[in-house]
Design a protein around this ligand. Sequence first.
Ligand SMILES: [Mg+2]
Length: 234
Amino acid sequence: MTRALKPPLTWLVDLDNTLHNASHAIFPAINANMNTYMARLLGENGGLADAVTVNEARQAYWQKYGATLLGLVNHHAVNQAEFLHEAHQFANLSTMLRYETGLKHLLKRLPGRKILLTNAPRQYSKQVLRQLGLHRCFTSHIPIEAMRVHGRLRPKPARCLLQKILTRQKLRAQRCILIEDTRDNLRTARQLGIKTVWVTQYLKDNKHFARGHFVDVKVHSVKQVPAYLSRLSF
Ligand SMILES: [Mg+2]
């Protein structure tokens, strides 16, 4: 008797702090841009809000919603496109990028489809992918603008977003693998039966946490993933 063939694997791959070191210069620049935008937004009587007020709001929204944008949309009705555009203005993106060589070869070695799944905006993530030389490595690109469920913005770690992607792309959760640095995103994916890889090398604070029941494989670099292929694809 022959065993039924399993459906191919699908890799859901995060961008920032997974495929490149966003903590080095890009996140600090985005945070500074967001602070400038939010100081104007939260200021009273046409003035600018102070740095403490702005930082607290930004961190609170990031923690509560997984994306600052979502907090601003929910609490201040900001224009999504305008905010994303302003937050992702860089003097020279290519000089700010830090990443490992060999990522293209790595992605080619992973069997199955690869989908880029990032809470970053479309234009920025396209630019970064191109700089990394990975713009032909993904069959789909799901940026934050595409993370709407029932008309509402639902970025990672929203469970309903992952469910929608599985349904839309006709994927079986057990044949999907999420590669990520953000633990909350891995946790939701695992609840749905998606396998999880935690990439830690670009994390500043929480890389020393225990693996957690929702992490199937913990790696320093995404380049170590092929060594765990049999564990992830059984
Ligand atoms: Mg990330």
